[in-house]
Design a protein around this ligand. Sequence first.
Ligand SMILES: Nc1nc2c(ncn2[C@@H]2O[C@H](COP(=O)(O)OP(=O)(O)OP(=O)(O)O)[C@@H](O)[C@H]2O)c(=O)[nH]1
Ligand SMILES: [Zn+2]
Length: 218
Amino acid sequence: MSIKLKSAANFVQPPNPSANDPLNVHVEHFATAELPTRYGKFRIVAFKNDIDGKDHVAVVHGDVAGKRGVLTRIHSECLTGDVFGSLKCDCGPQLNAALEEIAEQDAGIILYMRQEGRGIGLANKIKAYSLQDQGMDTVEANEHLGFDDDLRDYSISAKMLELLGVESIVLMTNNPSKVDGLEEAGIVIDERRPIKTIPNPHNYNYLETKRTKSGHLL
Ligand SMILES: Nc1nc2c(ncn2[C@@H]2O[C@H](COP(=O)(O)OP(=O)(O)OP(=O)(O)O)[C@@H](O)[C@H]2O)c(=O)[nH]1
Ligand SMILES: [Zn+2]
């Protein structure tokens, strides 16, 4: 299986990386490797960018270049949920569900974006968790720390999808702002597909806050 990336010219760093880019974002392919997983065969593609300097990756199943309607999940890093099985959020089960569903398709993509804590970073997220232990909800805790509810920007994700060569995607998300952010960055979304998980007593209030305050379609 090979992943066709758009023309090599995309990967050459110009003198001023953002000069000719309407989104003012320069993202380039860095490395691709096979990634056999318990879900199925994937490849992992690492990218570099000149905006946040983080190593964002695409985990790709099948051939996606030139395809329309590619099933895609854009997952924001959540160390506590993705790695440690935290029950405080729905991230771990969402990631598992996406990997399982995408592995069943001919082709699909998970972008794993290093936007921990909706962009505030891990240490600040833990600070927000400690405020939540004292009774605040997720939005109130962010505001108390001087952050907006959500600092994520989708222009890097959009560039990664462009470099992978997809023509259009079916996006697995409950978050309408993610759909809007990607469309504003030029990605064609044929359909939004909800991603359902089973609530538990620890994440019930968190999910309710996402629904009532952050506009998630849960
Ligand atoms: N700041 C902050 N971030 C959190 C909190 N709980 C989870 N996160 C982060 O939220 C991100 C996931 O965002 P969500 O709002 O759960 O979901 P989403 O990605 O917007 O939407 P979906 O595509 O439907 O999953 C991850 O980066 C988590 O680390 C919290 O209480 N405070
Ligand atoms: Zn989480």
